[in-house]
Design a protein around this ligand. Sequence first.
Ligand SMILES: [Mn+2]
Length: 353
Amino acid sequence: MNLREDLALKVKSLTQLLANVRNVCFLTHRDADPDAIASLLALKYVFEHLKADLTTAVYLPEGLSRESKKLLSSLNYVLNPVSYLKQCDIKVVTDSSSHSQLAGVGSHDEVVKTPYVLVDHHEVNELVKEAVLSFHYPEASSTSELVALIAHELEVKLPSEVITLLIAGILYDSKVLRLAKPTAFEALHYLTSECYECYVKVLSILSGEKVPRSETIAILKGLARTGLYSVGDYLLAISCVSAYEASVLKHLINAGADVAVVISRKENSTNIYVRATQDVIEAVKKPLAGELCMYLSKALGGSGGGHAGAAGASLPANTKLEDILNLLKKFFEELKLEFRVMEEGRWFERCFR
Ligand SMILES: [Mn+2]
């Protein structure tokens, strides 16, 4: 029997089960990620839709993850979880694989013993054995896709915010489909045929918050001014901006630079920010960004340090361009990485006029 046939049978049992209950408690794992909260809320919608007089409560041990909070707030979804479960005829547990993930359940002993329905996709799951009904399909890439297929089987028409949540849950757990299984595509086919805009909305939420215009301008200016250097087989990008240095660095590294340096001239200091990729850090066997910042500040005065991949230095305001370039050259040559100019750019015009 394939997953869809098995699921169809279990959906029948679920409908029968629902006929005999009035109070349902919904639970998911601690620090609920988007798949956990999406599958929980969608299933709650399905239950309430099937039985209008149902009383439901949501319990989240240790609340929501950062991504889940962002997801719900971008959908203006107001969730009122309870801090204590008093009584339920049945529990519904989504996306959880062990008792410890549900630990900290603030509830009556009675609630702990209450029979539960499980919907989950974790390979190893100790909750399956005692469940009264378990939709346990390790061949699925997310719990959200299972809930979508349950809703489909029950012919429950989902509202757009629930569809959006489920798509987000599927994309989150499948790492934007890189780990997606056939059931994810089946579920997405169903969900996007119902609401294609929901998919577009999830993509925009996942691609991050809207970047303020001033930041976009700083990024584009920073990229336009970038100078490109080779250090051994690696690429070093240097730019200059007066704000949003971290965003410019991120874009330089995303564009393929192995080491990125952004200089920012402030009234009382010349600030240097450095990023280095794991590749180059491993090659030089040194906490590269931190050491470079320390090296510059020792030679020029000021202070500097940080991690292997990200660091900063604050140098004197009157620091000269030639000094920085000479020190960069020396630093990399001491690491046996030959320093060469590939394309000067015009970052220094902006920083050292
Ligand atoms: Mn999951």
